[in-house]
Write a new protein. Structure first.
Length: 272
């Protein structure tokens, strides 16, 4: 069996592209349709009600693109809006449970830290999932509100003093906690991995939601006969809710391959 329909991925902005990068690596035959809600980013500072409303619209847009499954490549949506998956006609993947599973597998000292947006950290969803899998674990949650604007602005270089000092300030409680594993609970954060490693040291394992979800998805597609057999070369399409220019520039960096500007289109998410 083979299913050549695309995988649908959405995020509040650019961050979900770190998940797309891992999907392309793990599943090179699969086509992907990405929606980044760049006109309404960030989600992480908004109410649960608003986040759910936005996430529903994002899903509806992807369903109109005839996708075979949907990935909420957004830590915030995954943390606070789990019930948006309930009426979906296609399978749904979020990033929290897969990250928690990977962290529990990686930790030796059973001390796991989680960083994310305010909404994600307040939900404590990662912590609940970690403790379900490993009741003896200690978990420290830390919100890092300025990380998303830094990344959206294209500031993530490990030799940029402003970035390094911002990251150090947010991560100080984590340095004191001494975990051996850190969940990057927001999909924007992998782009700051080099800076985070510089601040925390190489001994701390960073859990990237993209890698974690790509691993589970590979198995799921195989088990359910949903893989693209590879007769057609994969297609990558990107949609945004604000002007595509800055998205195109940063997308190539986040995905690690050139994104064709003609494949990035603006949609009116409020009028589907
Ligand atoms: N990528 C989103 C997340 O993983 C970004 C956060 C936001 O929109 O505030 O939470």
């Amino acid at each position: 069996m083979s299913d050549k329909r695309a995988i649908g991925v959405f995020d509040s902005g650019l961050g979900g592209l770190t998940v797309v990068k891992e999907l392309i690596k793990a599943l090179p035959n699969e086509s992907i349709v990405y929606f980044g809600d760049t006109g309404r980013v960030p989600y992480g500072t908004r109410s649960v009600e608003t986040i759910k409303k936005y996430a529903k619209q994002d899903e509806e847009f992807l369903l109109n693109q005839d996708v075979k499954l949907i990935i909420a490549a957004c830590g915030t949506v995954s943390s606070v809006a789990g019930d948006i998956a309930l009426d979906l006609p296609v399978p749904y993947f979020e990033v929290v449970s897969h990250s928690a599973k990977a962290a529990v597998k990686a930790t030796k000292n059973e001390k796991i830290a989680v960083i994310g947006t305010n909404a994600t950290v307040n939900s404590r969803q990662h912590e609940k999932e970690i403790l379900r899998l490993m009741p003896s674990a200690s978990v420290l949650n830390q919100s890092c509100s300025l990380f998303v604007p830094l990344v959206e602005e294209g500031w993530y270089e490990a030799d940029d003093i402003v970035v390094v000092e911002t990251v150090r300030r947010y991560l100080q409680p984590i340095i004191d906690f001494k975990p051996d594993t850190l969940i990057l609970g927001c999909t924007h954060y992998p782009i700051l991995s080099e800076v985070i490693k510089k601040v925390l040291g190489d001994e701390v394992t960073l859990i990237n939601a993209g890698t974690a979800v790509a691993e589970s998805l590979t198995e799921f597609l195989k088990e359910n006969g949903l893989e693209n057999g590879g007769e057609n070369s994969p297609e990558y399409r990107y949609y945004v809710s604000d002007k595509p220019d800055s998205f195109v520039r940063l997308a190539s960096i986040l995905i690690g391959r050139q994104v064709d500007g003609n494949k990035v289109l603006k949609v009116d998410i409020n009028n589907l």
